[in-house]
Design a protein around this ligand. Structure first.
Ligand code: ZN
Length: 475
């Protein structure tokens, strides 16, 4: 069989249901799909490849799936002072950002996020419905060659619900000029990104995003759910992130939020809850019963001190069969778009919280970053494993990193030791986008310089002067 690409001599970690590991394996790619997987000698005898790539015995695994990202915040990474209270972050930074950012700034921010993710072995991301110009995000994703699942920006009809959720005293909220100002406007915008799903080979697809955190009325939430059902796609919403927004939802629904959302038919198999740090016992049962997914962002919870890793139920739900995917959230909320790090945090904090070394193991972390991620973004049939018929989103590592040597158990070595440091070549939709550490078709140096110019000008327009922290002894 003639194929476009043959990855040879890889330690193939397939992430299929059988947990297939092939120490000297090969993966053949044609037309953007995986067309053969098996022992190297067998596959090589069956395939004639336009290009061969020798993994040299290093791990080869499916691309990681970022299930929760705010992709335009990259352009002000590091600008939020550590001493800024979360209640003040929307008024002093986020709303100011959204009222000054241009489409070109967003394009560059998403391109930066994309090259960072590709370098770290992430081949697909779901954007959580907060890039004001999804077309700019699509253009950036296409430039870099990363798979993107985009949502419509700021689907909300009661933005003050955010105030109730995020701060104790609801006050005068700063408005985002380009966000919908009414339910009619939100409904008008809802589902626009789904037009991308008509092409079965599309690199950029759409989902239904609702911002959540109390900013959507039940009417809007149910309209969004109907839209997602009709389109056969995922609905992504922020839910039960902090004690404050969880409490506000409990107040308006008259019961624990997930129980109400199950009652009204909203909580369902095609719904992915971002964060879900604060769930009660009955809510966990409802989530398992309804088959909804969670995008767990361990670093974001730790960064803002929400207790999601210690009091959250993610690890327990994963052990009971729920789909718990991993998300990095955004710069200033977690700052690190390395899903190996999120997997590492997920596994280690779960052990710490449960005081049990065996509570989660390395394979659990890799599962969350691949199979669970694929399901949580609505692409379970497309990506998440190395199997014949799936889209060819493949990460090839290199053994020329001290952290991956010696070759023993490579899942443990990846999750605990090398993480993304050993990522060498990345293939998305059958195309090599990172070739032994070098981007194909993107001038990375020039892109980084453009991002710097955009960020400096944007922060100036926002009236923000970034004051470096002084390092001094406390007390
Ligand atoms: Zn978020």
């Amino acid at each position: 069989m003639d194929v476009d690409l043959l990855v040879r001599h890889g330690h193939v970690i397939a992430m299929d249901d059988a947990g297939t590991l092939i120490p000297d394996g090969a993966v053949a790619v044609a037309g953007g799909r995986i067309v053969d997987v098996g022992a190297d000698a067998t596959v090589a005898a069956r395939c004639v490849a336009a290009r061969e790539l020798d993994a040299g015995g290093a791990p080869v695994h499916p691309g990681l799936v970022e299930s929760h990202l705010h992709a335009s915040f990259h352009t002000f990474r590091g600008a939020l002072p550590d001493h800024l209270a979360e209640d003040d972050s929307f008024d002093t930074f986020e709303s100011v950002f959204y009222n000054h950012v241009t489409d070109e700034d967003e394009y560059l921010a998403v391109a930066l996020a994309a090259i960072e993710m590709i370098r770290n072995g992430t081949t697909c991301f779901l954007e959580a419905g907060t890039v004001l110009s999804p077309d700019s995000a699509a253009r950036a994703a296409s430039l870099v060659g990363i798979r993107a699942v985009l949502g419509d920006p700021f689907i909300w009809d009661q933005p003050d619900g955010f105030a109730q959720g995020m701060r104790a005293a609801a006050g005068n909220r700063s408005r985002i000029a380009r966000a919908p100002g009414s339910r009619a406007e939100a409904l008008d915008r809802l589902g626009t990104e789904l037009r991308r799903n008509a092409d079965p080979d599309a690199l950029v697809t759409g989902h239904v995003a609702v911002l959540g955190l109390g900013t959507a009325s039940e009417e809007l939430m149910l309209a969004a759910k109907s839209r997602a059902d009709a389109a056969g796609c995922v609905l992504n919403i922020h839910q039960s992130y902090s004690p404050a927004d969880t409490g506000a939802d409990r107040l308006r629904f008259g019961k624990d939020p997930l129980l109400h959302l199950a009652d009204i038919g909203f909580l369902d198999r095609n719904v992915t809850l971002a964060h879900a740090n604060h769930l009660g016992d009955e809510e966990c049962e409802a989530l398992l019963d309804r088959g909804a997914s969670i995008a767990w962002a361990p670093a974001a919870s730790m960064m803002w001190g929400h207790g999601g890793c210690f009091r959250g139920r993610h690890a327990e739900l994963h052990r009971r069969g729920a789909t718990i995917a991993l998300g990095s959230d955004s710069p200033n909320w977690s700052n690190d778009f390395d899903l190996f790090r999120q997997a590492n945090l997920a596994v280690l904090t779960a052990r710490e919280a449960h005081r049990d070394r065996t509570y989660l193991v390395a394979e659990d972390g890799l599962w969350m970053a691949t199979r669970a991620g694929a399901r949580a973004v609505g692409l379970a049939d497309w990506i998440g494993s190395i199997e014949v018929g799936k889209r060819a989103d493949i990460v090839v590592h290199t053994l020329r990193r001290p952290e991956l040597v010696p070759v023993t158990d490579m899942v443990r070595n990846l999750v605990y030791s090398s993480r993304s440091k050993s990522v060498s070549t990345v293939i998305v939709n059958g195309r090599i986008v990172l070739d032994e550490g070098a981007f194909v078709g993107v001038d990375e140096g020039e892109l980084l310089r453009e991002v710097q110019r955009s960020s400096t000008a944007l922060l100036r327009r926002m009236g923000k002067v970034v004051e470096p922290n002084r390092v001094a002894r406390r007390g």
